[in-house]
Design a protein around this ligand. Structure first.
Ligand code: 6PG
Ligand code: NI
Length: 189
């Protein structure tokens, strides 16, 4: 049986100390996720840039335990589309998640298998509830790192396949210096 433990979140880097696991996602791991493929290829040719990181405290994947950690999306764009996470449904679809934003500005793009979608704004102090059945993707629309603390059920798991295949119905691009939510031209029915 595990004993109580603490970890600390530092800003502005969003690092969790100590942590069990540190994930670094680079541009090459997001093949096909950005709408402007020529811009993606041109950017990748310049180097495999780091897009986002996750610090996790991994607990047993059983109901009753709570996975938690920090998610840091770095600022930037591929073409005019903002840097974002891969996005996923939870393997156990009926599992929710809570996000708390510590730094930066962005959106959580979300959608259900039935086609409902939502884009909730993230800013320091914002607590977001992602209900069961909603896929979720963090999008950084600012100039600083977008840092969030997340917590979700131990057994939720991750289903990346659906999003990797179809994408999200909506994307967020920069237009006249402002974020604009628009239909994903590459979205597959
Ligand atoms: C989770 C959380 C969160 C998420 C990160 C990275 O279910 O683990 O939603 O930790 O994994 O924000 O996003 P991706 O998992 O979509 O790469
Ligand atoms: Ni999740």
């Amino acid at each position: 049986m595990i004993k109580p433990f603490t970890s600390k979140i530092s800003t502005p880097d969003g690092r969790l100390t100590p942590h069990h696991n540190h994930i670094q996602r680079t541009l090459s791991t997001m093949k096909g996720q950005y709408a402007d493929q020529p811009a993606y290829q041109a950017m990748l040719a310049q180097g495999d840039q780091l897009i986002y990181e996750v610090y996790e405290n991994r607990l047993a994947e059983i109901p009753g335990e709570l996975q938690h950690g920090t998610s840091i999306v770095h600022p930037g764009k591929v073409g005019n589309e903002y840097f974002m996470t891969k996005g996923h449904f939870h393997n156990v679809l009926e599992t929710a998640e809570v996000y708390y934003c510590l730094q930066g500005v962005g959106y959580m793009m979300m959608e259900t298998p039935e086609g409902e979608w939502a884009a909730e704004e993230l800013a320091p102090g914002v607590v977001l509830y992602v209900p069961p059945r909603w896929a979720h993707r963090s999008i950084n629309v600012g100039r600083q790192d977008l840092v969030t603390f997340f917590i979700y059920p131990g057994d939720a798991g991750h289903d990346y396949g659906t999003i990797e295949t179809r994408g999200f119905r909506k994307i967020i691009v920069e237009q006249d210096g402002q974020p604009l939510v628009m239909d994903n031209p590459a979205w597959l029915e």
